[in-house]
Design a protein around this ligand. Structure first.
Ligand SMILES: [Zn+2]
Length: 168
């Protein structure tokens, strides 16, 4: 499954939408993608899980503005993800990615450095930098985890209903 690339996302805004798309309703998170460097061939598979927070007024769990990023560290083991850091959205400033003290993966680890580089360029809209990597999803909607079946969804990694919900 890990090596089954079901689709590639080329548009920078579509990549950003996908990376942050998780609806937070699954313990593991739905958003899985692989980034491959065109120059070195180095690749990492990441999983981004959006945290939920409890809304006291509606009495419902809702997606928060925090996303936990993990890297796949075993080649075949779907469950072998290691937490590397957190994406924050504080509203006034651009979203940012930070290393976590709780992570067993160091700040100098290539998986951390690669994601940090990638996400910063994504947020800044640096197309030249982003064009140096290829972005693959696994044919599973980044928001809800359902299988993607139509071509327009393969291009964005999001089912049509989910795409409309995140304004993609
Ligand atoms: Zn979906």
């Amino acid at each position: 499954m890990t090596d089954e690339f079901a689709g590639t996302i080329t548009e920078i805004q579509n990549q950003l939408n996908f990376v942050l798309s998780d609806n937070g309703r699954n313990k593991e998170g739905h958003t899985v993608f692989t980034i491959v460097s065109n120059r070195t061939g180095t690749r990492f598979t990441y999983r981004v899980k959006r945290a939920n927070k409890f809304n006291e007024q509606s009495r419902k769990w809702e997606p928060s503005n925090v996303w936990f990023v993990s890297v796949l560290s075993g080649s075949d083991n779907q469950d072998d993800y290691r937490f590397i850091g957190t994406i924050f959205d504080r509203g006034v400033a651009p979203k940012f990615f930070a290393h976590s003290n709780k992570s067993k993966v160091s700040k100098s680890a290539s998986s951390f450095v690669a994601f940090s580089w990638y996400f910063n360029n994504l947020i800044e809209g640096n197309e030249d930098a982003i064009n140096n990597v290829e972005f693959f999803h696994q044919g599973i909607c980044g928001r809800c985890g359902r299988e993607l079946t139509v071509p327009s969804s393969i291009e964005t990694g999001l089912g049509s209903i989910c795409a409309s919900k995140i304004g993609a």
